[in-house]
Unconditional design. Structure first.
Length: 100
C-alpha cells in the first residue's frame, strides 16, 4: 500500500475521540513519518511557559503516537482505541505486510 493510500485510509480517524487512561483524547492530525497520530487532550489544559519560564497561557496537551507498536507486528494499543474492530484488523494486515 502506498503512503498516499495509507494516509487516505487513516484520514477517517480525524476527529475521533477516545478515553485512554482517564484522558479524553481526539485525533487531530496524521503525520506521514511513522505514520504517527497526533492526539489532543480535551478539557484539561496545561500552563505553558514563555521563553523566560513564566507561565503564559493555558493550552491543550498534545501527544504523538506511532500507528505500529514498537514490536512492529501489530497496531499500537493507543492508536487501536480510535478504530472499530474491523478497521483495526484490516489496517493491521496492511501495515504489517508493508513492513515485511
Amino acid at each position: 500500500m502506498s503512503d498516499d493510500t495509507l494516509l487516505q485510509h487513516l484520514s477517517g480517524l480525524l476527529g475521533r475521540e477516545a478515553v485512554i487512561e482517564g484522558r479524553r483524547l481526539c485525533v487531530i492530525e496524521i503525520l506521514r513519518a511513522g505514520p504517527l497520530l497526533v492526539l489532543r487532550e480535551l478539557g484539561n489544559p496545561i500552563l505553558q511557559d514563555n521563553l523566560y519560564g513564566q507561565p503564559r497561557r493555558r493550552a491543550p496537551r498534545h501527544f504523538q503516537v506511532p500507528l505500529v507498536s514498537e514490536l512492529g507486528d501489530r497496531l499500537h494499543p493507543v492508536a487501536r482505541q480510535f478504530m472499530s474492530e474491523e478497521e483495526a484488523e484490516a489496517l493491521g494486515r496492511r501495515l504489517i505486510s508493508r513492513t515485511d
